[in-house]
Design a protein around this ligand. Structure first.
Ligand SMILES: [Zn+2]
Length: 496
């Protein structure tokens, strides 16, 4: 019987969100509660499906913490979270044969800018040098030197917009079972690429990044590598090792791992120019939208809650009002004060409130509206792809003129239509829909809109990366700096 420890800690932060997040941003599951993730399209859900089907595996679920994307985790939040993780892992370590850790990779805490590296170092210290540790990661994660020094294997998302959460967990679990069965020694090659990327070329189905990820998948499937990926980091997580990187893991074959990692990095580097956001100014987008039959999408990637932004940007709503746009507008905003006012007033009431700027008033000065309360909800929804629960807190549908705004108390991921559907709104019935996510799955909006405008406005997750003001990540870094050059250098991580 092999006893496998399960551990999870996932958050993605934007350093440019002015509000820190805390311990209460995390949904915590302890021990067997984690097994409720069975059937979910998540790293843990996928891993559980493999472990459950395997012979002779005993699961030891210890601790899971999953948070929505937000600002930097506070020092107090990290102290409590890391303390609980340490305590849970310590208590369960005796008799463990292998460890699976489900991570996102783009955490950051006040005073600890490599939380995942801290967790893995502590797990390794408690586990000793022999136990295999395998992790799964989002391709937006920042895989650090300290993380690589602790692990025996890893699996990385291969899709964007992400749909392979469960598949990645399955790959990680299979790797761990393989390492346990064969006592395989592994080698991981890493090539750091000094580039941050964004934009439509990242979309797996259509973009050049997808072509590279298919090479990663190919060398995994044909047996050249046990695992491969190209991680691009979350460009808003301003931490020392923020970068793009090619990662190839082999069965103790350093030469192949190195050669493949260099090859992938050399595919990536020349495409860095293409892999940048293409924008239109808000004024021009509105002027064009006024002349179009529509419907049109206004992508507010700068306020993408799923990348760690505050979700309280009102810049598009304000400009549409000022420009006298006449079409039916549909938007979402995080504003706990307006949501509370609507819940207090009740359905049918007319209220005068400010919308937006509750968290980031410097970027988004609050705008006053007099609106009708059309509908109230508890803000519960389920993501379309992952089926994970969303808890937006008391939520209200407000209307003013031809504009409908879904006002949420808490920030949740808005990369699909879940929060619109949860309040009975069909986006196709509107002329202009605001989406606070850089991309959605094609069928959700792009398939039926006349044009998707990627709006260049301020925000904590603006794809206009040089405007953000990075101060911590290694420099020079394309496109933050001019004249960045790249000579591939491989670092090999092999556990002895
Ligand atoms: Zn991601």
């Amino acid at each position: 019987m092999k006893r496998i420890m399960l551990l999870e800690c996932m958050q993605e932060i934007s350093s440019f969100n002015p509000v820190q997040s805390g311990y209460d941003a995390f949904a915590i599951q302890r021990g067997a509660e984690m097994l409720r993730q069975r059937g979910l399209n998540s790293g843990m859900g996928g891993a559980l499906s493999v472990f459950d089907a395997a012979e002779g595996v005993e699961l030891v679920p210890v601790y899971s913490a999953r948070a929505g994307s937000a600002g930097l985790l506070s020092a107090a939040g990290w102290k409590r979270l890391s303390g609980e993780i340490l305590e849970a892992v310590t208590a369960a370590m005796s008799g463990i044969d292998g460890i699976y850790v489900s991570l996102h990779g783009a955490m950051g805490a006040d005073g600890e800018l490599d939380p995942e590296g801290w967790i893995l170092r502590e797990v390794r210290r408690l586990a000793g040098p022999e136990l295999p540790i395998v992790i799964s990661l989002d391709l937006h994660g920042i895989l650090t030197e300290r993380m690589l020094q602790q692990i025996d294997g890893l699996a990385i998302y291969h899709t964007y917009p992400h749909v392979d959460f469960g598949d990645t967990g399955e790959r990680a679990a299979k790797l761990l079972l393989c390492l346990l069965a064969n006592k395989t020694r592994t080698t991981i090659a890493r090539v750091v690429i000094p580039a941050l990327v964004r934009g439509d070329e990242l979309i797996t189905k259509s973009g050049c990044y997808g072509d590279m990820l298919r090479e990663c998948q190919r060398i995994q499937r044909d047996g050249t590598a046990m695992s491969a990926g190209i991680m691009i980091g979350n460009p808003f997580t301003d931490v020392p090792e923020l970068c793009s990187q090619a990662i190839v893991m082999t069965d103790d074959d350093a030469a192949t791992a190195s050669a493949e990692a260099i090859r992938l990095a050399e595919m990536f580097w020349p495409e860095r120019f293409r892999m940048q956001g293409k924008f239109i100014s808000l004024e021009r987008a509105i002027a064009q939208a006024k002349t179009m039959r529509g419907p049109v999408l206004f992508t507010d990637a700068a306020d993408a809650t799923s990348s760690g932004a505050s979700g309280d940007s009102n810049l598009i709503l304000k400009a549409l009002g000022e420009a006298g746009y006449q079409g039916k507008v549909l938007a979402q905003i995080v504003d706990p004060v307006a949501a509370a006012a609507a819940h207090k007033a009740g359905v049918g009431a007319e209220i005068t409130v400010t919308l937006g700027g509750q968290f980031d008033p410097v970027r988004f000065p609050p705008m006053q509206v007099t609106a009708q309360v059309k509908l109230l909800s508890d803000g519960k929804a389920r993501l379309e792809t992952m089926r994970a629960e969303l808890h937006a807190g008391p939520t209200a549908v407000l209307t003013y003129g031809a504009t409908t705004v879904v006002v949420m108390t808490c920030s949740v991921s808005l990369f699909d239509r879940a929060m619109y559907y949860s309040v009975g709104i069909n986006p196709t019935e509107h002329d202009l829909i605001v989406v606070k996510s850089p991309h959605t799955e094609y069928h959700m909006f792009d398939q039926w809109v006349e044009k998707n405008f990627n709006i260049d406005i301020p925000g904590a997750t603006s794809a206009n990366l040089p405007t953000l003001g990075h101060t911590i990540c290694a420099r020079p870094m394309y496109p933050l700096d001019e004249g960045v050059t790249f000579t591939p250098v491989v670092t090999i991580y092999a556990r002895q």
